[in-house]
Design a protein around this ligand. Structure first.
Ligand code: SAH
Length: 426
């Protein structure tokens, strides 16, 4: 008989914990899942997470959206405009270091409310003289109809065209500064071309598989219906190995609990192939670890921790990103940098100077206090400074000159990659 594993330990990187909330909501997702589990038995945690988050009818992102102060969780771009501005500068700095190609696509995965792209486009506009000869377009990968509407309002004022004929996109519009913006459900629909990719708090929302080492070997953690309590979900262990235990556990694994996100692996493979073929770079920012943590699956509702199995579809479900896995899945097609802590990345990008300028320019005490407060949220090691990380994929030639044995000394040194090193913008 399957046995129930130890309860998932909830982690909250900001330290501001809360009690798990009682289930409420209309329970449609729970009824849907309960029917499914009764009919065909337990499902993997990955399948449970996919249903709960992105089921087209009842999924959390599909229906609720969740991001922002009035939602269930708050993210860095929602805390401070400085965050997005510094990321915008990162792209410009890389664009310059890569020889100022005359066109690029900015591709954001999981743009939430669209705030980050909006802040980046403001920087692009402020530096229009630098980018003047460059043809920029924006490509947003978003599964949630609700969030794509919010993004459209934020970025275009709501003037969008559904199902444009000229592209594989499901929606098209223009930014306030005239930059074309396209929406897709999948990264594979984004046209090829020189691209700068961005994934902020995206990979943590992708479905994970959970595994546990037992005396009989690796078993997968599954979600089942509790036979004793109607419509109550519980964790069980697979009675034998599953396809996932066979494919996703490394032979050299030393942890006894492991979480693996194959979908993140597939997306990183795609990003790496695209960057290798067409050029560009990817910047990934998320909470996570470098292959050391074991049990990070947790839920959030109304800014509080929420039992992952209670009232599915009404809470955000998330797991820490395993950067060591992402690095491995790039498969050497690109170079990788990081993970580096958010506070180090932002410091390298010049956040202190930016804060100083904003403080000098703001007359009223309330604004100054708000600036200092948001700086503290982003940078304080106890808040988001330490547990959020930055990670990048870059073409190999961006970091080392292609191996030409003749006259290596004739080559100018490659500029350091900003964020991972100090920003040197001329
Ligand atoms: N980047 C934003 C939002 C993070 S929330 C911010 O930092 O504020 C996660 C985002 O990813 C949401 O926009 C959600 O709808 C989207 N998302 C989740 N799963 C997805 C998937 N499989 N494909 C595309 N987008 C997805």
């Amino acid at each position: 008989l399957p046995t129930a594993p130890a309860a998932a330990a909830a982690r909250l990187c900001s330290g501001a914990g809360g009690e798990a909330e009682a289930a409420d909501g209309d329970g449609a997702m729970l009824r849907h899942l309960a029917r499914k589990l009764r009919a065909s038995g337990p499902v993997t945690v990955a399948e449970y997470m996919r249903e709960a988050l992105t089921n087209p009818g009842q999924g959390y992102y599909t229906r609720r959206g969740g991001v922002g102060e009035s939602g269930d969780f708050i993210t860095s771009p929602e805390i401070s405009q400085v965050f997005g501005e510094l990321i915008g500068i990162w792209y410009i700095s890389e664009w310059m270091a890569m020889g100022k190609p005359n066109t690029f696509q900015l591709v954001e995965l999981g743009p939430g409310r669209g705030t980050l792209t909006d802040d980046i486009l403001r920087v692009f506009n402020q530096l229009a003289s630098v980018l003047s000869k460059c043809d920029v377009s924006v490509h947003l990968v978003e599964v949630s109809p609700k969030l794509s509407k919010m993004q459209a309002v934020m970025l275009t004022g709501g003037k969008v065209q559904p199902n444009p004929e000229d592209k594989s996109a499901y929606m098209k519009g223009f930014s306030k500064t005239g930059i074309p913006i396209f929406w897709y459900r999948d990264i594979q629909d984004v046209p090829p071309g020189y691209s700068f990719y961005l994934a902020h708090e995206f990979f943590d929302a992708l479905p994970i598989h959970k595994f546990q080492q037992t005396r009989k070997g690796w078993r997968e953690v599954l979600v089942d219906i509790d036979p004793e309590v109607p419509d109550q979900l519980r964790f069980v262990l697979s009675p034998s190995r599953t396809p996932a235990t066979q494919n996703f556990i490394q032979p050299e694994e030393t942890r006894d609990h492991v979480e693996v996100c194959p979908e993140a692996g597939v997306i990183v493979q795609r990003l790496a192939s695209r960057i290798e073929k067409d050029g560009g770079a990817a910047l990934v920012a998320d909470y996570g670890h470098d292959g050391t943590k074991t049990d990070t699956f947790r839920g959030f509702r109304n800014h509080k921790l929420h039992d992952v199995l209670s009232a599915p579809g009404t809470a955000d479900l998330t797991a820490d990103v395993d950067f060591s896995y992402l690095r491995k899945m790039a498969q050497g097609r690109t170079a990788t940098l990081g993970p580096i802590k958010q506070r180090e990345f932002l410091k390298n990008m010049g956040i202190d100077l930016r804060l100083k300028v904003l403080l000098q320019n703001s007359g009223d005490t309330a604004t100054r206090e708000q600036l200092l407060h948001s700086y503290d949220m982003l940078m304080n090691p106890e808040k988001m400074g330490d547990c959020f990380n930055f990670f990048a994929l870059l073409p190999h030639h961006r970091l080392v000159h292609p191996d030409k044995k003749d006259k290596p000394e004739s080559k100018p040194p490659l500029p350091p990659v900003a964020g991972f090193n100090e920003l040197l913008l001329k």
